[in-house]
Ligand binder design. Structure first.
Ligand code: UD1
Length: 355
């Protein structure tokens, strides 16, 4: 069986890593990189650090408005699929690369499997929400990370195409955490365990309007501990355009970290402040309190278990939320035990959700 993974943006490389490993010796696996993310720190370091084979195809699409970016990928992927003729196209998460690959494949009658199916924010302002809903309804096999995701798929009439596999980011997180701890990876200079927060902010709703971004940055700069701000290129560019400093008060901005260094920085921090989906879950898995600067989350289990607090409209609550005491310890594992990639491979080899 030949499986073609299509990836393009940073969180997809993390999800690809355990899949590439689990597919070894089980099926022929080809990788297409759309080039949505192209900076070394947003792309290449993930392939190196996580031992992912080099892509077989690279479309080098780059940045652009949603329609043009997605359309350019769609055209390029049609040619890739023509050449590769896979038995499955495996698409990951909710980016423009995910949607482009799903549309390209479904139009060519090539079966599509969607990894991380069924997540919903119910916020139709988010490009990710359009991407994941449209992809789920185009796909033939829906690989859901959680029971909640399975329930969303059932509500939308997609139960017979859905299978619960667990969360592959959990697989890679546990492996990376153990490797980092065995190596005793150092922290970024000047930081001590429990003495700082880690922050990432990159969503358009938080970065694109100058007033909103300035208010978030101002709150972060007033937190009671140093804030290691891992600046996504979008944040860096927009802060520059709006004349907002990312290095004042408690704030200390640096370039995005490679994955092992990110895990190390988070597990040693006093808390995380983010609008990323993946980082909320990583904080929970490492049992670090998270404050999410969004009105809602797809990873509702992190909130229900007390490890994640949402702050959006009233940013003046951010400081109190971030410095809240850690919740009671829990051994709940709503994201699985770190073996989701094997479940994914089994479902692909079975050929359908119901078999
Ligand atoms: C994308 C995903 C988002 C995911 C995020 C992870 C969509 C709609 N969004 O958002 O779900 O959480 O990736 O990081 O697909 N840029 C660079 N270098 C790069 C990549 C981007 O400079 O390697 C800059 C460009 O100015 C670009 C901007 O970042 O315009 C945004 O990049 P883009 O891929 O459009 O979306 P993200 O915000 O990264």
């Amino acid at each position: 069986m030949r499986i073609l993974s299509v990836v393009g943006a940073r969180p997809q490389f993390v999800k690809l890593a355990p899949i590439a490993t689990a597919l070894q010796g089980k099926a022929e696996h080809l990788i297409a990189h759309t080039g949505q993310h192209y900076d070394e720190l947003m792309s290449d370091v993930f392939f190196q650090d996580l031992g992912i084979p080099a892509p077989d195809f690279n479309l080098a699409v780059g940045s652009g408005p949603h329609g043009r970016q997605t359309g350019t990928m769609l055209a390029g992927l049609e040619e890739v699929l023509e050449q590769a003729r896979p038995d499955w196209v495996l698409v990951y998460g909710d980016t423009n690369s995910t949607l482009a690959a799903a549309v390209a494949a479904v139009k060519m009658h090539i079966p599509v499997a969607h990894l991380e199916a069924g997540l919903r924010s119910f916020n139709r302002r988010m490009p990710e929400e359009h991407n994941r809903v449209l992809t789920d309804h185009a796909a033939d096999l829906l690989l859901a990370p959680t029971e909640v995701a399975m329930a969303h798929l059932a509500t939308e009439g997609l139960a017979d195409r859905s299978v619960l596999v667990g969360d592959v980011m959990t697989d890679v997180l546990y492996l990376t955490r153990d490797a980092v701890n065995a190596k005793q990876e150092p922290l970024p200079a000047g930081l001590v365990t429990g003495g700082y927060y880690v922050s990432t902010i990159h969503r358009p709703d938080n970065t694109d309007a100058a007033g909103r971004l300035a208010a978030i940055v101002s709150q972060l700069s007033e937190l009671d501990k140093p804030v290691l701000l891992l600046a996504h290129p979008r944040l860096r560019t927009l802060a520059g355009e709006h004349g907002i400093s990312l290095d004042h008060g408690s704030l200390r901005s640096i370039a995005p970290l490679a994955y092992p260094q990110l895990i190390n920085a988070v597990q040693n921090s006093a808390g995380v402040v983010t609008d990323s989906g993946g980082l909320q879950k990583e904080a929970f898995l490492l049992r670090v309190p998270c404050t999410t600067v969004r009105p809602e989350t797809e990873w509702v289990e992190t909130v229900e278990l007390g490890w994640n607090t949402l702050i959006s409209a009233d940013l003046s609550q951010l400081g109190a939320a971030v410095s809240r005491p850690a919740p009671a310890a829990t051994d709940a594992n709503p994201y699985g035990s770190g073996e989701a990639a094997h479940q994914v491979v089994a479902a692909l080899l079975n050929g359908s959700a119901s078999s």
